[in-house]
Ligand binder design. Structure first.
Ligand code: SAH
Length: 235
């Protein structure tokens, strides 16, 4: 069974975009996942085909209408659709590798991309949209965020990554940032590859990598480090 993504957007021409090259592109051609876009504007009812209106209570910008979006969602994802319905939103729960894994293990996702100042709160509630954020900054629309989410999910689908084990060792999978990586040449502008990595001593290499990962995480991400230490304490 392949992973089925449906993206609701005012800019379907942004898809598949970067998702059509490299791993994700090949996996789509191979049928590991599929991508469908739905033009939200097709569900507007008035002759101007408007999808947004001024905010209740006043203020700058425009808000996406609940009724138009609800019709688009009902068309794309009938009530018995097993897929989660997501709304890309800076107020959402942060997109983490854990959430990415959960999504990749499921049947797919219906992803709503906001524009303007966002969407009417009532459609979020009425259609049980789960808000997901890609970080603490504001994009002009949900489309790049949807592409980020799908890129992260698709690479975890069975058979997509050439070397299955490379997934397990990456940043965040262990709760740590990844250790530094090196490859040939042996000497680059006078800098050598750390000796332990060319020693052939597998046990030493594993220890070195863990120590480096811990050092980096401690320095750069005190938040991850605290969580890692807590999890270790519980074991
Ligand atoms: N006025 C809103 C921002 C709207 S940005 C606020 O202050 O919260 C327009 C749209 O871009 C949003 O509806 C959302 O779909 C998308 N978007 C912007 N930043 C995002 C982020 N960090 N993560 C996910 N989606 C985002």
């Amino acid at each position: 069974m392949s992973f089925r993504a449906t993206v609701l957007t005012l800019y379907p021409e942004m898809f598949p975009g970067p998702l059509d090259v490299s791993l994700a592109g090949r996996a789509r051609v191979a049928g590991t996942w599929s991508l469908e876009t739905v033009q939200i504007r097709d569900f507007a009812a008035d002759k101007h085909r408007s999808v947004d209106d001024t905010p209740a209570g006043g203020g700058a910008g425009m808000v996406m209408r609940a009724d138009v979006l609800a019709r688009a969602i009902d068309h794309a994802s009938p009530e018995d659709d097993p897929r989660p319905r997501l709304l890309m939103s800076p107020r959402g729960k942060p997109l983490t590798q854990r959430l990415v894994r959960e999504l990749a293990a499921g049947p797919g996702a219906v992803i709503v991309c906001g524009r303007f100042e966002g969407v009417d709160q009532r459609v979020i509630e009425a259609r049980a949209l789960q808000e997901v954020s890609v970080g603490d900054y504001i994009l002009s629309g949900g489309e790049p965020a949807a592409i980020v989410l799908l890129d992260a999910v698709v690479r975890l689908l069975p058979g997509v990554m050439g070397n299955e084990s490379s997934g397990a060792e990456e940043s965040f999978e262990s709760g740590l940032l990844e250790h530094p990586q090196y490859t040939r040449p042996q000497v680059f502008e006078g800098r050598e590859i750390p000796e332990v990595l060319v020693s052939g001593n597998h046990k030493k290499i594993v220890e070195w990598r863990l120590a480096e990962a811990e050092k980096l995480t401690k320095e750069r991400r005190p938040d991850l480090w605290r969580a890692y230490e807590e999890a270790r304490g519980k074991k």
